[in-house]
Design a protein around this ligand. Structure first.
Ligand code: SAH
Length: 398
């Protein structure tokens, strides 16, 4: 029997159904499990608490598949979990046109390390932990059966694979290889997704609902879409009547795709300005030049990868938000986000407040934002909440 025995007093997190067991909580490993294999999780006095995947190279030595000692981890197990996750997204896939939907959200769907996103006729998957990688074949086979798509493409080229002692991988796993750009529909917008070369699995689906909210504020405005990627927030704003959108990103490829996205949405290309460069430098230059916008979106990449980077990340968020408040016209609207899981909403709010204060701008939070509903957070896994944002309105009497 392959098993791990917990140290005395270290059962608490398992009893609270948290899916991670850190190496420091383990007293003994029995039966020489191989990387990714399923092990029984035993309390210090021997009771069977759960079953999980063994990952010898990671600080997170076990990721729990099931807390039900009667449940075996088998192809049937994955069939059940995958079905449940897919069913919960049916309504998101029922509209007109090809959907862009996260079908499997790892730990929060009871499937640690497994991500699956649907873009039209294709699935894009990531296997980010040893256990996920071990069951890859069964997961792909089940997804093909459940989804009737043209192909499944793997983007397991994320850095976190290294912590698990796994190589980075990408390529077609089933069906046919996706074409270079796959179209999805989002609200009244359409977007081209670069599955093979784009960030993550190709698109930031977690911002879907927040992109949908820009329409309310966009009509007749001049908008700065900072950290634009392929233009999502800007296209949504132009479709809703924004007069002009300026995209800023370091990636020339993302800006090119943003222009193509503008084309397929029938918005006037002359209303779209693209600026390739570091947002911190670009915004500083525009502040000095006295440039101003009615609506600003700040959606930077993850600044904090670990607790030790949090202080530096906080300064980054403060700087970029300060610059945004300086560029915002009186009465203007700022959508500001942090996708660093280690940054709490409370700390982020303090940072945004400090930024406004230093910019000499009085502002209100008029809405709090989070990741879209197809990126749920399991209550027993609060780490699953990573995206937070505020819609702020600057006072109009400055
Ligand atoms: N809002 C986008 C997603 C943004 S992801 C959407 O709705 O799709 C973050 C983006 O920031 C990426 O496109 C990345 O290329 C860009 N980026 C990273 N560092 C940057 C920097 N210093 N200046 C400008 N852009 C940057």
């Amino acid at each position: 029997m392959k098993a791990i025995l917990l140290k005395r007093g270290r059962e608490k997190s398992v009893l609270r159904r948290h899916p991670w067991i850190f190496s420091g909580a383990i007293a003994k490993i029995e039966g020489h499990p191989k990387q990714g294999e399923t092990v029984d999780v035993l309390a210090s006095e021997g009771a069977l608490l759960a079953r999980g995947a063994y990952s010898p190279h990671s600080q997170i030595t076990v990721r729990i598949w099931t807390f039900d000692p009667r449940e075996d981890v088998s192809s049937e197990f994955f069939d059940g979990r995958l079905r449940q996750a897919v069913e919960a997204r049916r309504s998101l896939m029922s509209g007109d046109g090809p959907a862009g939907v996260r079908l499997i959200n790892a730990e929060s769907d009871g499937l640690p390390g497994i991500i699956a996103d649907r873009y039209g006729d294709f699935l894009v998957v990531q296997f980010l932990s040893a256990g996920a990688d071990y069951w890859k074949g069964a997961v792909v086979e089940t997804l093909m059966r459940l989804m009737s798509v043209s192909g499944v493409y793997e983007r397991s080229d994320a850095g976190v694979r290294e912590k698990e002692g796994l190589p980075k991988l990408a390529g077609t796993l089933a069906g046919r290889e996706p074409q270079d750009l796959v179209e999805i529909r989002e609200g009244s917008c359409r977007f081209l997704v670069d599955i093979k070369r784009g960030h993550k699995t190709g698109f930031y689906l977690d911002q879907r609902e927040n992109r949908g909210m820009i329409a309310e504020f966009a009509r007749g405005t001049e908008m700065l879409n900072c950290f634009s990627y392929t233009g999502g927030f800007g296209i949504a704003a132009l479709r809703a009547g924004a007069e002009k959108v300026t995209n800023v990103d370091t990636s020339a490829g993302a800006l090119d795709l943003a222009r193509r996205n503008a084309e397929i949405n029938g918005v006037d290309a002359s209303n779209l300005e693209s600026v390739e460069g570091d947002a911190f430098a670009v915004l500083r230059r525009w502040r000095d030049a006295g440039r101003a916008f009615d609506v600003i979106v700040l959606d930077p990449p993850k600044f904090a990868e670990s607790q030790s980077q949090l202080a530096r990340a906080s300064r980054g968020y403060k700087d970029i938000n300060l610059l945004a408040f300086k560029l915002l016209r009186p009465g203007g609207i700022l959508f500001t986000f942090s996708c660093s899981g280690l940054m709490s909403p409370e700390l982020f709010q303090k940072i945004v407040a400090d930024a406004a204060l230093d910019a000499g701008c009085e502002a209100q939070i008029i809405r709090r934002l989070a990741q879209a509903s197809d990126h749920p957070t399991l209550l027993s896994f609060p780490e699953g909440s990573y995206l937070k944002g505020f819609i702020c309105r600057a006072a109009s009497n400055l």
